[in-house]
Design a protein around this ligand. Sequence first.
Ligand SMILES: Cc1ncc(COP(=O)(O)O)c(C=O)c1O
Length: 385
Amino acid sequence: MAEIDTKAFEQDLADRGYSRRQMGKAAALLGAGAAALRMTGAMAQQAAKPVAGAVLIGANECWTGPFPVGAEAAFKAVQEGNRYEPDDEHAKLFAAVSSVEGIPAERITAWPGSSDPLSRVAVAFASPTRGIVTGNPTYEAIWRTGDWLGAKVTKVPLNKDYAHDVKAMLAADPNAGVYYICSPNNPTGTVTPLADLQWLADNKPKDAVLVIDEAYIHWYDGPNAAKMAATRDDVLILRTFSKLFGMAGMRLGLTFASPAIMEKMMRYDGGQVTAMLPMTAVTCGTASVTQADLIKARRAEMIANREMAIAHLKSKGIKVIPGSQANMFMVDWGKPAKGMQAEMLAEMVQIGRSWPIWPNISRVSVGSAEEMKTFCNAIDKVWKA
Ligand SMILES: Cc1ncc(COP(=O)(O)O)c(C=O)c1O
């Protein structure tokens, strides 16, 4: 790995409007001092500590672990755990992902989950003079990174279809450094059309980065944005194995981006973070990512469980935000969501949180068929219109 050129980093930050004090913070974020903030990002889904014995449908996790072929690959890696990297495991992962997504392996980088690159892209491209624009509600990890950096964070409400309103996002801050779109969106599960993503990429400032977070894309039976990162130098796609692949605790994520973006992303400790992944996670990911039939079956199982629960809620006259294409949906109780969350927990069903913009609406993650039946039974007990 290349020697770190501290002077060049400082100059880069100064050019982008950082004060000395803010430079220290940015350096800390990308170094050892970052652990606390990144941890907050990674743990964001864990709104509350999991309650032992409860149905856990609050953190958008998968209801089950990795595919058996992934678990077998990880077990083999355990047995070979004395070796740093037994057989070019990173290269095998990139080749497998490249074959599935149709993008060059050189544009693929692996991370311990997607929280790190999500926070890192904000540090690399936003600053006190170049803000961050996101939807609202959306996955809020980047809000915290922006606040911490002293970058302006602009939150633009979703449109009437609960997709990102890309024109309003650009108008809200035409000179931002980062435009963040989560599709399918956490917490609504709704998808922003590819044409809108393309429009934003073509119309944002040339030196800004469009970040498209596709953490939930495998739950969606439609086109993804991966190829935008194959052809453009200003789009970064985030992927994670924490959701459909059931690997949240194993820690594996990906970015798809141009070498120009990666050069900025890899500053400070990037080489350490991306090279030092556990082989258990890397081999499990490689074995899992090509399993098109298993992915399809897991998606179909989730959709059946989701739709069963939504139908039950509707039969009781409870409103659900329409259009989720992911393993979550939002329930509008018409009264404070915090109270409903507590009442459900008393029935040993741990549902998700609400967002400040929608205090009466809870996010519910989709669990197994049995877990979703327990959810429906708990609703029957606690619901009073
Ligand atoms: C939209 C989105 N992006 C990124 C992440 C980060 O997940 P991880 O670090 O496990 O990849 C999450 C986690 O829930 C998420 O919902």
